[in-house]
Design a protein around this ligand. Structure first.
Ligand code: ADP
Ligand code: MG
Length: 691
């Protein structure tokens, strides 16, 4: 890649009048912008093209490269049309067989042509053969490559050969000098430069095992570098935050918060009281709070949020609460109005569907500070929403939001030098090892207790063939005055099919349950209708609600005691747990039926088993992590792009420990080296770590 190309790649999106070629665009999408990014883009595996084996020495099932001359090339019609090429060298003969081929290939392999061929030998019907080997026409003096051939992770639009060339050129140019002091790395590992050159261009004869399982010292060096960069960037983020100023929001005696506590129809659980105190202590500080409140579904996070909001409002500042869906935002709005309006707090409601004059009025109230609490969806962070004095921002189901959105919320306080406090809430707990390494910069409060009187939800796993039994159960529940959710799965990438499924199920249930009012809720409904359907269910006129996953988060209808999840095998574990959390909120014994359509995959089985065996969100998260691994578990959204590329938190624990111990010392003694290390590994991603 020429430097001019590199420059064009570096230009931010939208600013580039120059056209990027398809492979250039693909490189950019993979985040391969700088030479160092390419140098740190490491092979998945290698192919050995450095050696030629005599044909006679080939063993069945082992990949090998041979070179020989074509003695015959013919097309035959057997069970299907195929191209058969006979190749010989001094030691013997081999048949190459191609089931799909182009006329050009046929020409390339004409008799007399010398070919270099890579593939696996097998004993075929016609003797020793390779099926679909890689073939390269060569001359007798065509040199062999001097290194193993790297195979890189790539995308369809970016051919290996192009990427190999780009990486090779970048390696030659990239500044690979050590930025760390010599005593920093664990002993016995090669320098970064040595490690990179080795991993991109291993010399012939390098045993592939240690490279491919990433245990080779060169890999150890890379993983340690990465872990160190990540630890350093989190320390930096923490230090930066400590320098930021936020409005101090000390508790006020006999204020709104006390008033709310007195007015609540229940007493806080011990866990809620503890968490409220932790949040209160943060809010009283002149540094912005950066706290995650995690608590299982139904553990009562909303009231904790309301008390935090009350504290901010008591201190004379505004509070914003953002939820990922309109249904959830509306539910919060109702709850908060019910709790806080009688105490004199004006609550504003902002969503995408509220437009025109009403919206203008709302915006004016938010801008003047007249609206003290603002509840809504993403609409809360739109450009035109200006707060008078935003002191506290609360994000519910925070993992549903992108990092950029959380950042936007933090930037909603216009006053120079001041940031609002940030409280994030989530029902998907983060296991401790992950919290340690990804969220070192985050304070965590945990609600580890459910409000009293909750009944465990009995979970049953049924094959879809037993649908009739399930419908009979619904009939009984409805006759008893209970309410029922029936959840239809998300059909990947097709909102349309989604809708079809839900509509078909609605029709089926309507036929099977005459006289029962059945609501239908899905993402495509206009907001007003959605709200009407939801209200019908919340207020109890509709006993059965057929829904897509729009009800997944936070919906709270205590009288609902049965949930049926159709095609449960298609859902993720965290999502199933969230859904199930919609029942078991009232006094009635509750049940959840997971319907599946066989055959189940291994991980599908493991997920459904976990659901049947435990109702504990932390245990579910642990199993989920086990089934999916940390990368999948966190997902790009939650982690920003900051997920580790090479290191594995479990397998590389000793390297992680080393990096964790070194990072603070390095930051203190060699701040410039620490900055260079973060820049090298995480440039452009650092913002994400702070969100
Ligand atoms: P989540 O943590 O899933 O957001 P919610 O805040 O929606 O849970 O609370 C679930 C239900 O429990 C609500 O109906 C709420 O009013 C009720 N609740 C919360 N705290 C208590 C408590 N201490 N005692 C009794 N009920 C409570
Ligand atoms: Mg909630």
């Amino acid at each position: 890649m020429a430097d001019a190309d590199a420059d064009r790649l570096r230009r931010p999106a939208g600013a580039a009048p120059a056209k990027l070629s398809a492979p250039q665009q693909a490189m950019r999408r993979l985040g391969l912008l700088r030479d160092i990014d390419l140098a740190l883009h490491l092979p998945l595996r290698y192919e050995d093209e450095t050696r030629i084996a005599p044909i006679a020495s080939l063993r069945e099932g082992e990949p090998a490269q041979v070179e020989g001359v074509v003695s015959a090339c013919r097309v035959e019609q057997r069970s299907r049309r195929q191209l058969l090429v006979s190749l010989h060298d001094d030691s013997g003969e081999l048949l190459l067989r191609f089931l799909n081929f182009y006329p050009a290939q046929q020409k390339q392999m004409a008799p007399g042509q010398r070919l270099r061929v890579r593939g696996e030998l097998r004993a075929g019907f016609l003797g020793r053969e390779m099926v679909h080997p890689t073939v390269k026409p060569v001359r007798a003096d065509t040199p062999l490559p001097q290194t193993l051939t790297p195979v890189y992770p790539t995308s369809a639009a970016l051919p290996q050969a192009y990427l190999r060339k780009a990486v090779g050129a970048a390696l030659a140019r990239a500044p690979l000098a050590e930025v760390l002091p010599p005593q920093a790395p664990p002993p016995g590992l090669p320098s970064l430069r040595e490690a990179l050159l080795f991993l991109h261009q291993p010399p012939p004869g390098t045993p592939l095992g240690a490279l491919e399982d990433r245990s080779h010292p060169a890999w150890q060096r890379l993983k340690w570098e990465e872990l160190l960069a990540q630890q350093l960037s989190q320390l930096q983020a923490r230090a930066e935050r400590a320098r930021l100023q936020a409005p101090a929001l000390p508790p006020r005696a006999q204020g709104l918060r006390e008033g709310l506590l007195r007015a609540l129809p229940f007493a806080l659980t011990a866990a809620q009281a503890r968490v409220v105190a932790e949040i209160g202590a943060d809010l009283a500080q002149p540094q912005p709070m950066h706290r995650l409140l995690q608590g299982d579904v139904g553990s009562g996070k909303t009231v904790v949020a309301a008390l935090a909001a009350a504290t901010a409002i008591d201190a004379g500042w505004q509070c914003a609460l953002m939820a990922p869906t309109e249904i959830l935002a509306e539910q919060h709005f109702r709850k908060l109005v019910e709790w806080l309006q009688p105490l004199g707090v004006s609550v504003a409601w902002l969503t995408g569907s509220r437009k025109g004059k009403l919206r203008t009025q709302m915006l004016a109230q938010v801008a003047s500070g007249q609206a003290m609490l603002v509840v809504g969806t993403h609409a809360v962070i739109q450009q035109d929403v200006g707060f008078a004095r935003l002191g506290l921002a609360i994000v519910d189901e925070q993992h549903r939001f992108g990092v950029a959105q959380r950042l936007a919320l933090r930037h909603k306080l216009d006053e120079q030098e001041l940031e609002p406090h940030l409280l994030m809430m989530s029902a998907t707990p983060i296991p401790r090892t992950l919290a340690m390494s990804y969220f070192a910069d985050l304070a965590v409060s945990t609600l580890d207790e459910l409000p009293p009187g909750r009944t465990a939800v009995l979970t049953k796993v049924f094959a879809d063939a037993r649908r009739d039994q399930v419908v009979a159960r619904i009939r009984d529940a409805v006759a008893d005055g209970r309410q029922v959710y029936w959840v239809c799965p998300l059909v990947e990438e097709s909102e349309h099919l989604d809708l079809q499924n839900a509509t078909a199920t609605h029709a089926e249930l309507s036929a099977a349950l005459p006289g029962v009012r059945i609501g239908l809720l899905h993402g495509r409904l206009p907001a007003a209708e959605k709200a009407a359907v939801m209200a019908g269910f919340t207020q109890g006129q509709t006993p059965l609600l057929v829904s897509t996953t729009v009800i997944e988060v936070g919906v709270d209808v205590p009288n609902a005691s049965l949930m049926v999840i159709e095609h449960a095998e298609r859902f993720g574990l965290a999502q199933l747990h969230q859904l199930r959390g919609r029942v078991g909120r009232g006094v009635a014994a509750s049940a959840c039926v997971l319907l599946y359509t066989p055959p189940l995959s291994e991980s599908g089985k493991a997920r459904l088993r976990a659901m049947a065996e435990t109702g504990d969100g932390f245990e579910i998260a642990r199993r989920d992590l086990e089934i999916r691994g940390p990368g999948e578990f966190l997902g790009a959204r939650q982690s920003g792009d900051a997920l580790l590329r090479f290191a594995d938190l479990h397998a590389d624990e000793p390297l992680l420990q080393h990096a964790r111990a070194l990072a603070p010392r390095l930051l203190a003694s060699h701040p410039a080296a620490a900055r260079a290390q973060v820049e090298r590994w995480l440039a452009g991603r650092a913002e994400y770590l702070k969100a």
